[in-house]
Ligand binder design. Structure first.
Ligand code: MTE
Ligand code: LUZ
Ligand code: MOS
Length: 749
């Protein structure tokens, strides 16, 4: 992949947080956390720990100079627990020592007494008790009650989907360096530098301008560092602020898995009604989100669950309700898809069950109900530039659905202990933050006198290639060589008030901001060129491939000489750019609006082979037709499709969070929590990007790519079911992901 970071990665030269050279006097922090899922803190005595070898300080809630509050949307989360604990792994105290080992050794000297209270782990139980973060929300279209009467068949069911560990390669990390006059610089592995700045300022009781956040790159985020990188940066900041020395806080894998939130587990009930030909008339669904012990981003994630409850289909009568249920587990958080995958899994399950009842192939129902131009979503928006049908058709033409399913049947007829299965999975994902306010981005572009260019934006590089895309936008707009451009760190003093790098919109929005800034500088340069040639209008000046053209004719001015001329004439070679996605809004009082700039579409078809003796399986192939607009970089986008798909497959098949009845996560390391590897990856992945698929709603006609491909993974659940049914046609379908070999085996025998 020609991402300019790759040569650095391959040689181990790229700088992640823990690679930043240690500043003079660096101290190390370790986080002491709650051993109980729910309880009242009776006593916390750290005096002995303070005298432990190598320990410099032990900090608790009482040491926080500002507010002990890190909640973003809802302020319900302390940085360090003071009175109550709400989950195992909740931070209580911070030990700062000469080394991290010494800091952790002092944990045994902290005296903590907790009166335990019964924990609630199940969202339905929390719902019954009324433990909700916000009142239940409902999206509705048409009239389901009236529609049931017109349906030929109605099926109901329950769907459960498990959580998912982000498993970013780089664990949560931060380093704080005190600066003069009570200022502080925080290096943070965060998707959201401004959130870290805002909350650290709140915790330290400082104005935001005294807190500078700097981010070079992340070793993966996947949503896990959208909100949940903040606490660690605040803790490092707190220690550095009080001790007036640099402090680093890096979680090891087990700490990270135990302390941080994951994808939300959901439990849901559905009811779907159809005509005998497979037309869906009505769909009712209730989502119970396991939100964990604090709100974090749960309410926003719940909202996206509602937005995506009909996936890529038009359903005329819909009623979808959803509840954020507090439980005593680490607060669940953003994860690629942001509640969308959970919603789509429920509808695909409903279609599966309805297909069985109607004796139709699920793909017949899927295709029949695909979104068409101007169809209305339950949230009131109409589909524009709908490519749901096109993706389906192109996938079918290229990969031949009929043949795939026929080959499966032929194989199954000939084999007793191995069975194959196949499934189609269409997707539709809305692009924009559903919180309209967040749809803004900024950029700062400098052109230096040698013609090289420095670009800063609010986007954070986390492996998704956003820096490459931003570089490409700048190179394209100036029409200069890519080598001339450097993408700088993401820093709050260069670009302020930025939204998180999330919602797949970082390249879209920051790219636009860069384009705007470049246009501003370009206009000034054209004016300088026009002046140079004593030409009356800049309209006849063009810069192409580093050469200046006048009235279509090449001149002796190059990019470098023009830049130099402009500098000598005291022309400003820096510009700021800003972008706010136009036309998006959402009215929560009526739950209607136009929350998305546009939608991303795609269709995948997949084949699996099941070993019916062992319950194990191989994913033979996944074939995808995907709408990436006019991609800014097809290799990067292919990488995003492949990576998203594999992460989705992991969520659906093997990644299982197991808690004991006391609320302790048992799968808290690489030995017990299994993410997909080369062996569990599909043997074949074909990705076809639609051609002639310009997108008028994003920079240079591109489309967002980050999250949507995750949802192709859902299809694997149903391909496996198809194979399982070939072995045991008599058994009831169940919808409870991940579909581990253990569950498969239980079904087969
Ligand atoms: N790809 C890599 N390699 N690493 C990541 O952490 N995060 C995903 C996706 N792809 C991620 C990734 C998530 S959750 C999002 S929202 C998008 O990238 C964010 O980046 P973008 O807006 O630039 O697409
Ligand atoms: N974050 C957020 C997101 O705050 N709002 C969103 O709509 C969103 N969508 C996807 C991923 N992160
Ligand atoms: Mo992605 S879940 O929007 O960080």
């Amino acid at each position: 992949m020609k991402n300019f970071d790759i040569p650095l990665h391959v040689r181990g030269e790229s700088v992640f947080l823990d690679d930043i050279p240690a500043p003079e006097g660096l101290l190390y922090a370790a986080v002491f956390t709650s051993p109980a899922a729910h309880g009242k803190i009776e006593r916390l005595d750290a005096e002995k720990a303070r005298r432990s070898p190598g320990v410099i300080a032990v900090l608790t809630a009482a040491d926080i100079p500002g507010q002990n509050q890190v909640g973003g949307i809802i302020q319900d989360e302390t940085l360090l627990a003071a009175e109550h604990v709400k989950y195992i792994g909740e931070p209580i105290a911070l030990v700062i020592a000469e080394t991290k080992t010494l800091a952790k050794k002092a944990f045994k000297d902290i005296q903590l007494e907790i009166t335990p209270l019964p924990p609630v782990l199940d969202p339905r139980e929390a719902f019954k008790k009324g433990n909700l973060i916000i009142p239940q929300r409902t999206f509705a279209l048409g009239d389901v009650t009236a529609a049931w009467g017109q349906c030929d068949v109605i099926v109901e069911g329950r769907v459960d989907s498990g959580g998912q560990e982000h498993f970013y390669m780089e664990t949560q990390s931060a380093m704080a360096v005190p600066a003069e006059n009570k200022s502080i610089t925080l290096y943070s592995s965060t998707q959201s530098p401004t959130a870290v700045q805002r909350i650290a300022a709140r915790v330290l009781g400082l104005p935001m301008h005294k807190v500078e956040i700097d981010v070079r790159r992340l070793g993966g985020g996947f949503g896990g560092k959208e909100d949940q990188a903040t606490s660690w940066a605040c803790m490092a900041g707190l220690a550095a602020f009080i001790l007036k020395r640099p402090v680093k806080l890096t979680l090891d894998r087990r700490e990270d898995m135990m302390m941080t939130g994951k994808r939300h587990p959901y439990s849901s009930d559905f009811k779907i009604g159809l005509k005998t030909d497979g037309t869906i008339l009505a769909y009712e669904v209730a989502f119970y989100q396991n939100s964990g012990a604090a709100a974090d981003l749960s309410t926003a994630i719940l909202e996206r669950t509602l937005f995506h409850c009909t996936n890529a289909y038009y359903i005329p009568n819909v009623k979808a309700s959803a509840a954020c249920c507090y439980t005593n587990l680490a607060p669940f958080t953003a994860f690629r898809g942001f509640g969308g995958p959970q919603a789509m899994f429920v509808l695909e399950s409903a279609i599966q069950k309805a297909a069985e009842k109607l004796n139709l192939q699920p793909r017949v129902i899927q295709q029949k109900n695909l979104l068409k131009e101007n169809d209305t979503f339950p949230y009131g928006m109409q589909v524009e530039n709908c490519r749901a049908g096109r993706c389906w058709q192109e996938a079918d033409q290229l990969y031949h659905f009929e043949k795939i399913f026929k080959d499966v049947e032929t194989f199954n007829a000939a084999n007793k202990l191995k069975k194959k299965g196949a499934a189609v999975m269409p997707i539709c994902f809305g692009i924009s933050f559903t919180n309209t306010m967040l749809n803004q981005a900024g950029a700062l572009v400098h052109v230096y006198t040698d013609g090289s260019v420095g670009v800063s934006t609010g986007a954070v590089e986390m492996g998704q290639g956003v820096n490459m895309k931003i570089l490409r936008v700048a190179a394209h707009t100036f029409s200069i060589n890519e080598e001339r451009i450097k993408v700088e760190t993401t820093n709050t003093t260069r670009v302020a008030n930025t939204s998180p790098t999330a919602a797949s919109s970082a390249a879209d929005m920051n790219g636009k901001a860069v384009e705007t800034a470049c246009f501003t500088i370009l206009e000034r340069l054209k004016q300088a060129a026009a002046d140079h040639f004593n030409h009356p209008s800049t309209a006849d000046v063009e810069i192409k491939d580093e050469r200046v053209y006048l009235c279509g004719k090449v001149t002796d001015l190059t990019w470098v000489t023009l830049v130099n001329n402009a500098y000598l004439k005291r022309i400003n070679l820096s510009a700021q750019g800003f972008y706010a996605t136009p036309g998006v809004y959402f009215d929560r009082t009526i739950e209607k609006g136009k929350p998305f700039a546009y939608h991303v579409f795609g269709t995948a078809v997949m084949e699996v082979t099941l070993d019916c003796l062992r319950g194990t399986y191989d994913i033979d192939a996944v074939h995808i037709a995907h709408d990436a607009g006019r991609s800014l970089d097809y290799l990067i986008d292919r990488g995003q499709v492949e990576g998203g798909l594999l992460q989705g497959i992991g969520w659906m098949t093997m990644e299982e969070l197991i808690y004991n009845p006391e609320g302790k996560l048992l799968t808290d390391n690489t030995g017990t929590y299994k993410v997909p590897d080369m062996k569990s990856a599909p043997r074949v992945v074909n990705v076809h990007f639609l051609e002639d698929a310009d997108n008028p709603r994003a920079v240079l006609s591109s489309k967002a790519i980050g999250e949507p491909p995750f949802m192709y993974g859902i299809g694997v659940y149903f391909a496996l079911f198809n194979a399982m049914k070939a072995f045991r046609a008599d058994k009831e379908l169940f919808f409870d992901s991940p579909l581990t070999p253990k569950k498969v085996l239980n079904f087969l025998y």
